[in-house]
Each structure stands twice: as structure tokens, then as C-alpha cells.
Design a protein around this ligand. Structure first.
Ligand SMILES: [Zn+2]
Length: 182
């Protein structure tokens, strides 16, 4: 399965709302495979289909490499996911593959229950806490066209986006240097 290009802010496709998947078929399973391959290649806690330009409501979350001592996969492949229960609050430093080079602390629910269809089209009810709960909330926000910095206060949002612009300019500068190198 191919590794897909990840859209980055301010690409307006990241601001659209995902479409519910009517049926989990081979085409949807191929999308999930692409998400898994792309996430494993780039390294991250989760990825939404929106981020590779596919507007279907599908996300994956895998925090195993960060939370398990042996780095065991805890892959969740979620189609049409909905958070049905939330409890507590937690402040967590988040980054996003679509907003590379910056991070900020975001307030999230500490624990949750999410319902979704798995790759066989079966309804799954999954309880999560800690990093996994944060990652699920972050990825589900993508399906609503929401990026994590939307949830920051005005000043912090401004500073985060200034840092992002600077990081983008540095990346472009470095790319330019590489291109002009002999
Ligand atoms: Zn993200």
C-alpha cells in the first residue's frame, strides 16, 4: 500500500467536514491500510483520512510505541467514530502532522468511550485514557475540520501560529539551499 502525502495547514481541505462511510468495504479497508502505512512511515500517534486528502470519516490511532515499554502496537482503526462518554480534564502538549514543527498544551477530556466501526464493519466500543484518549479527541477533531490550535486561547494561538510560520519559512529556506547545492 502506498505511503501518502500529508496535507499541511493552511490547506483548506483540512477545514472540511468528513463524510460518514455508508459501508465498510474493500475500498475503505484500502484507505485504512494507507493510513497505517503512512503513520508508520512518518511516526505519530494518529492520522485522519482528511490529512491525506480523503474526506471519509476514518481515523487511526496507535500510541503503543510511546506507552508500551516494548513498543507494542495498540492500533485502533476507526470508521465513523463518535465519542459517547467523557470524564475529567487533562492538559496535554499536542502536535500535529499537518502543523509540523510546533506544539501547544490543549485541554481535553481525561477519559472517554468511543464507538466506531472496525475494518470488518463491526460496532466497537472502546474506553481510553491518557495519551490514547487525547489522540482520539485530536483525530476526531480533524473529521470536523478542527485543528488543535483552534482550541487555544487567542494569545497562545497567535504565538503558536507565529512559530509555525517561522518553522515553515526555515523549512522552505533549507529546501532552497539544498536545491541550489552542487
Ligand atoms: Zn492532527
Amino acid at each position: 500500500m502506498p505511503i501518502r502525502e500529508i496535507l499541511t495547514h493552511p490547506d483548506q481541505r483540512l477545514r472540511r467536514t468528513a463524510a460518514a462511510v455508508p459501508r465498510v468495504d474493500d475500498d475503505v479497508r484500502a484507505l485504512l491500510d494507507d493510513l497505517v502505512d503512512t503513520l508508520r512511515d512518518i511516526g505519530g500517534a494518529g492520522l485522519a483520512a482528511m490529512q491525506i486528502g480523503d474526506m471519509r470519516a476514518a481515523v487511526i490511532v496507535d500510541v503503543g510505541r510511546r506507552t508500551h515499554p516494548e513498543g507494542k502496537s495498540t492500533l485502533l482503526e476507526m470508521v465513523n467514530p463518535v465519542i459517547v462518554e467523557r470524564a475529567g480534564h487533562v492538559l496535554w502538549r499536542e502536535g500535529c502532522l499537518s502543523v509540523p514543527g510546533v506544539s501547544a498544551e490543549v485541554e481535553r477530556s481525561a477519559r472517554l468511550v468511543v464507538e466506531y466501526l472496525d475494518r470488518d464493519g463491526q460496532i466497537v466500543r472502546h474506553s481510553a485514557e491518557g495519551l490514547e484518549a487525547v489522540a482520539i479527541q485530536h483525530e476526531l477533531d480533524h473529521l470536523d475540520g478542527v485543528l488543535y490550535f483552534d482550541r487555544l486561547g487567542a494569545l497562545e494561538q497567535k504565538l503558536t501560529l507565529q512559530d509555525y510560520d517561522r518553522a515553515c519559512a526555515e523549512r522552505t529556506g533549507r529546501a532552497g539551499e539544498t536545491e541550489s547545492a552542487p
